[in-house]
Design a binder for this molecule. Structure first.
Ligand SMILES: Nc1ncnc2c1ncn2[C@@H]1O[C@H](COP(=O)(O)OP(=O)(O)OP(=O)(O)O)[C@@H](O)[C@H]1O
Ligand SMILES: [Mg+2]
Length: 263
């Protein structure tokens, strides 16, 4: 049965989409797993990192799959130019999706936030991993991704505000896990886009993160490298373009760790 992992942090620009797509690409290309990325963000950033978004048919995206009960899930699945890696693309309409977009009398669940979980449930049989990239907000969409997930990873940057975002997500997960509908496993905190860590400011910030979250932080951090942006421009995760790059090597280590803690 496929393993659903959500990359989540309501703080923006911390490396969620970059991490989701690189981890997905590594699971597919290095570990030979069949992987589906589901882009749950209206910005469509994880979509644009692995396909040309001009190829997305607006009637065949996560939005249609989510909002139309009769929609065939396979119609929203796109191939990518990477073997074993597939995508359900995002859609700008996901920005405003909310409870009122669903007629609950038509659904099999009482809580509209469980509809995404229901819609993608059968995909667990078809894929080894389903990677959800979430949007930078604590919205209906973000709660829905958590309900749908087996595990969550919090990508974060090193910023004085980072601890606030991490704490908020953990609080939400703890609350959801008190209900029968969620059993979300903590797969750790991934420090991303790390500038050279030898300044005293960076050391202080790292000490703050360690003091609060210590052993929850993954044993590898992702360094900063402008070539990550170059890879995005080529619609290919950096791991696939340049596996020897320090960012690629760090994502490979992170992925091995993620496989271990989510299995
Ligand atoms: N390791 C890295 N080195 C250099 N740039 C990076 C790295 N990781 C991410 N970036 C860049 O930082 C920006 C934000 O990354 P990304 O889109 O992955 O974050 P995000 O958390 O998904 O953002 P959002 O909250 O808007 O969805 C992007 O321009 C991306 O190219
Ligand atoms: Mg993103």
């Amino acid at each position: 049965m496929g393993n659903i992992i959500v990359f989540i942090n309501h703080k923006g620009g911390v490396g969620k989409s970059t991490s989701a797509t690189n981890v997905a690409a590594i699971l597919a290309s290095k570990f030979g797993k069949k992987v589906l990325v589901i882009d749950c963000d209206g910005q469509k950033n994880s979509s644009s990192k692995i396909i040309d978004i001009k190829d997305i048919d607006s009637n065949k995206s996560l939005y249609s799959l989510w909002t139309k009960r009769e929609f065939r899930v396979t119609d929203a699945i796109y191939t990518t130019n990477m073997k074993n890696l597939f995508l359900i693309p995002g859609d700008t309409r996901l920005h405003n999706l909310g409870d009122s977009d669903f007629d609950i009398l038509e659904e099999d669940v009482l809580n509209p936030r469980l509809i995404l979980k229901e819609r993608i449930k059968r995909l667990k049989r078809a894929f080894d991993y389903i990677i959800l990239d979430s949007q930078p907000s604590l919205s209906f969409v973000t709660y829905s991704t958590l309900y749908a997930a087996d595990s969550y990873i919090i990508p974060t940057d090193m910023d004085p505000d980072s601890n606030i975002g991490i704490r908020a997500i953990k609080r939400v997960v703890a609350t959801l896990n008190k209900t029968k509908s969620a059993k979300i496993k903590d797969a750790g905190i991934l420090i991303c886009n790390l500038a050279k860590a030898n300044s005293s400011t960076m050391k202080d910030l790292r000490a703050d993160l360690d003091a609060e979250f210590g052993d929850q932080i993954l044993p590898v951090s992702i360094p900063s490298d402008v070539r990550v942006k170059g890879a995005s421009k080529k619609k290919t995760p950096i791991y696939c373009l340049s596996p020897g790059n320090p960012v690629s090597k760090a994502y490979l280590k992170a992925t091995s760790h993620i496989i271990e803690v989510t299995s």
